[in-house]
Design a protein around this ligand. Structure first.
Ligand code: UD1
Length: 442
């Protein structure tokens, strides 16, 4: 397994353009299964999770071609299967997004438990309650989920929790159901708006995404379209936090600053100067955020990670890393996933002062973190370890970075361009930074 070797202490400066958003492209790729013909996705991120989703689509009969690193052509004309093998399901959490689209296209889907980061129990009950409300029957046998629905019908659905994935699965299935679905207490994340925009570009009739009430009028068929995936706000937020811990000055381009409003207000509270421009296009493609960090960060006070528009749970671990060196005490509450403080133990092994009680972590900043050997337990926890390492003058080695490859396409290359001293090493010791993203190509 590859590792990052980071010698911190370098001040980051410069500009970076974010990739397309992982959390937007994965449901969009799943939705492409419903659309006979060739869907063309621009700004598609080159990530392990995207390659894994493509492998599933191929298995189902789609033809997939990359044009360069960021344009993906998905031709779903020949979809013939509706069953995803266990070993492909296990590769990523988002494999469960195929339930709705396969039901819509093939009237059945055979799936099993999805994989993904171990950040909580992550049940999928809300996905299937929603699909059942639309008229699908879902049964479980020997660990396989058999979904059938020859005639999906629109209906009012109230989610007991605004799950991002369940909202997306229901929108996709309902977009080809008979009649209208009113989805209440829906998740409001920007990636849901992106899914709505993609589906509408393909002829669907979805409105209200970004609010808690989404209306989906089912259509008989969808047609292919060319679509540019929104920028990755989590990747952008990660690089801003990396800049902040080094006292740096970094501009992140290719995203709408409104997608990070909670996170930017926390960074401003910590003493960072923030300038933003929403740009001129609705998808934020020419928007930017500039962060100029003070010589010493202040504590963030109290921060609660919660559904949009609250502070993103995906940036909670990177924030924890920042707080380990910020003057004063920060209390972080994690209200989305029950096991998202895994990086705390590793940060403590680098000298951080963190105590965790249930869903609350108390972090007191100190000046003397030291290098060491740590391991990423999950995607964003790995990013947190890298952020801490950027501040530490000695050497820090981060192992298990396969988790990070799922969400950051060229982490080391970007940080190097901003001035960081980071090398990617393969297990047998050969340096690979700058030569490859470490992601196996299709
Ligand atoms: C998505 C994002 C992930 C982000 C999360 C919350 C993608 C590919 N991933 O994950 O990066 O951290 O949103 O913003 O978009 N839950 C249930 N039953 C369900 C579904 C979820 O109880 O059927 C619970 C989960 O266990 C969790 C909470 O709801 O505690 C939030 O999960 P959800 O919003 O569904 O997140 P994901 O879609 O898995």
């Amino acid at each position: 397994m590859d590792s990052y070797d980071i010698r911190g202490g370098e001040r980051l400066s410069g500009e970076v353009t974010v990739s397309g958003a992982k959390n937007a492209v994965l449901p969009i790729l799943a939705a492409s299964v419903m659309i006979p013909g060739e869907t063309v996705l621009d700004n598609c991120p080159d990530l392990a999770d995207v390659h894994n989703m493509c492998e599933i689509l191929r298995h189902l009969g789609c033809e997939i071609h990359w044009e360069g690193h960021h344009r993906l052509r998905v031709d779903a004309s020949g979809v013939k299967g509706c069953s995803v093998p266990r070993k492909l399901m296990k590769r990523l959490r988002s494999s469960v997004f195929l339930a709705g689209p396969l039901l819509a296209r093939c009237h059945q889907a055979v799936l099993s438990a999805p994989g993904g980061c171990a950040i909580g129990s992550r049940p999928i009950d809300l996905h299937f309650l929603g699909l059942s409300a639309l008229g699908a029957s879902v049964t479980e046998r020997e660990g396989r989920l058999f979904c059938r629905g020859t005639r999906l019908r629109g209906t009012p659905i109230h989610l007991t929790y605004p799950s991002v994935g369940a909202t997306e699965n229901i929108i996709m299935a309902a977009s080809m159901a008979e009649g209208e679905t009113l989805l209440q207490n829906a998740a409001k994340e920007p990636e849901i708006v992106d899914l709505q925009n993609f589906l509408n570009a393909c002829g669907a009739e979805v409105s209200g995404a970004g609010t808690e009430e989404i209306r989906i009028r089912g259509v008989k068929r969808l047609h292919p379209a060319r679509y540019a995936v929104m920028g990755d706000r989590i990747e952008g937020g990660t690089y801003l936090m990396a800049a902040a811990i080094t006292g740096g000055d970094v501009t992140v381009r290719g995203l709408n600053p409104a997608w990070l409003s909670s996170e930017l207000s926390v960074l401003a509270r910590m003493g960072c100067r923030i300038e933003t421009d929403e740009g001129t296009v609705p998808d934020g493609g020419d928007g930017w955020i500039r962060l100029s960090a003070p010589p010493e960060l202040s504590a963030a006070g109290f921060v609660k990670a919660e559904p949009w528009p609250g502070f993103s749970t995906d940036l909670q671990s990177p924030l924890m890393a920042l707080c380990t060196v910020a003057k004063g005490t920060t209390v972080i509450e994690e209200a989305v996933f029950e096991n998202r403080f895994q990086c705390a133990q590793e940060l403590k092994s680098l000298g951080a002062d963190i105590s965790v009680e249930g869903q609350r972590a108390t972090v007191t900043g100190r000046a003397n973190l030291h290098g060491g050997r740590v391991a990423a337990a999950d995607l964003r926890g790995g990013a947190a370890l890298a952020i801490a390492a950027l501040e530490i003058p000695g050497e820090t080695i981060i192992e298990n970075i396969c988790h990070m490859d799922r969400g950051y396409g060229k982490f080391d290359i970007v940080l190097k361009e901003l001035g960081a001293n980071i090398e990617r090493r393969e297990t047998h010791g050969r340096k690979t930074s700058g030569e490859t993203t470490g992601i196996s190509k299709e």
